[in-house]
Design a protein around this ligand. Structure first.
Ligand SMILES: *Cc1c(COP(=O)(O)O)cnc(C)c1O
Length: 230
């Protein structure tokens, strides 16, 4: 068995275990394989193991892989990095999901630039759940206004919320932030029937995230190994 295969089976087993512990069906939790900085050949190998959803942080790096892997018709690409307004067109034209929406202006541009022959772009609002000033995302109190904007745009579909919590060993603090996300997401999903996704949990904290209601965990290092910088 290759390292990738072994890593992949290990992550799938961790997700299964976490779902069982949280008394949730396995089908509730989607695995997003974060392939940023990794070559297209590794994405292809992971696809061959059955993985379909991949996350990219850097536009150029992601676009090269999307081009190299066009033959994989049912692959799903999520943009999960920071997005400046002058880079929205490439996301609108080539990705299936954007997970880091935090501004009205970006939503408007994506809507205008989404090609008519593609289905609406799936969008998650990124929430700055730790409130750290350097972190991207909207505050909890500002979710409703941005959700309303997205809902009104026909070429976008509001699918839910995403967060990157504080980088901390304090499990109680982490749990508190995940629970705040869960409450906000439950409220949002009661308002919009299109909302079905809560993207939270990474390699180190996927068990806690699943216990707190996550429906999508984003795993890079524990599948593909450590990253080199671009
Ligand atoms: C890199 C990244 C991940 C994956 O992190 P790992 O620690 O490598 O599992 C998840 N989410 C986002 C937004 C990322 O940028």
């Amino acid at each position: 068995m290759s390292t990738l295969d072994a890593n992949y089976q290990h992550i799938v087993a961790r997700i299964e275990h976490a779902c069982r512990a949280a008394k949730r069906p396995l089908a509730d939790v989607k695995l997003l394989a974060v392939s940023k900085t990794k070559p297209a050949a590794q994405v292809r190998a992971c696809y061959a193991l059955g993985q379909r959803c991949f996350g990219e942080n850097y536009l150029q790096d992601g676009l090269e892989k999307i081009t190299a892997l066009v033959d994989l018709a049912d692959i799903e690409w999520h943009f999960i990095g920071p997005l400046q307004s002058n880079k929205t067109r490439a996301v609108a034209e080539h990705f299936h999901w954007l997970e880091t929406l935090a501004r009205d202006k970006i939503a408007q541009r994506l809507n205008d630039q989404r090609p008519d022959h593609l289905p609406a772009l799936n969008v998650l609002i990124q929430v700055n759940i730790s409130g750290e000033p350097q972190k991207a995302g909207v505050m909890l109190a500002d979710i409703a206004a941005l959700a309303k904007t997205v809902h009104a745009l026909p070429r976008l579909t509001l699918r839910g919320l995403m967060c990157i919590p504080e980088n901390t060993d304090d499990d109680a603090l982490l749990r508190q932030q995940f629970e705040h996300m869960q409450h906000a997401w439950v409220e949002l999903s009661s308002q919009y029937t299109s909302v079905d996704t809560l993207s939270m949990g990474m390699s180190a904290d996927l068990e806690l995230a699943i216990a707190c209601g996550s429906t999508e965990v984003r795993i890079g290092t524990d599948i593909f190994g450590a990253r080199s910088t671009l």
